[in-house]
Write a protein that binds this ligand. Structure first.
Ligand SMILES: [Zn+2]
Length: 91
């Protein structure tokens, strides 16, 4: 899983690991905007048939300013099963 601890003060330098996609988005976003993107990406989730929900952010992805419910082939990080998942936004 990704280890995400973002924007702490420089005094407490902590580890931050982002996927390539997330790094790419971060590069083109302001700090405030990127924080919003993180928040939104965490609201987009899918529920595997094993019953666990995972966010797009947890999958190393980014989804922001988007509508609709795309169907994406994903590997559940909990049961490792690859299947088509509908992405929906958690309220
Ligand atoms: Zn699963």
């Amino acid at each position: 899983m990704l280890e995400l601890i973002l924007y702490n003060t420089q005094k407490t330098k902590r580890k931050m690991e982002l996927s390539r996609t997330q790094k790419f988005v971060k590069w083109f976003s302001s700090k405030a905007k990127f924080e919003k993107i993180i928040e939104e990406s965490k609201q987009w989730i899918f529920k595997c048939e094993c019953g666990k929900t995972t966010s797009i952010w947890d999958m190393g992805g980014v989804r922001s300013g988007a509508k609709g419910n795309p169907k994406i082939r994903l590997k559940c990080p909990h049961c490792q099963k690859v299947s088509w998942q509908i992405i929906y936004k958690e309220n």
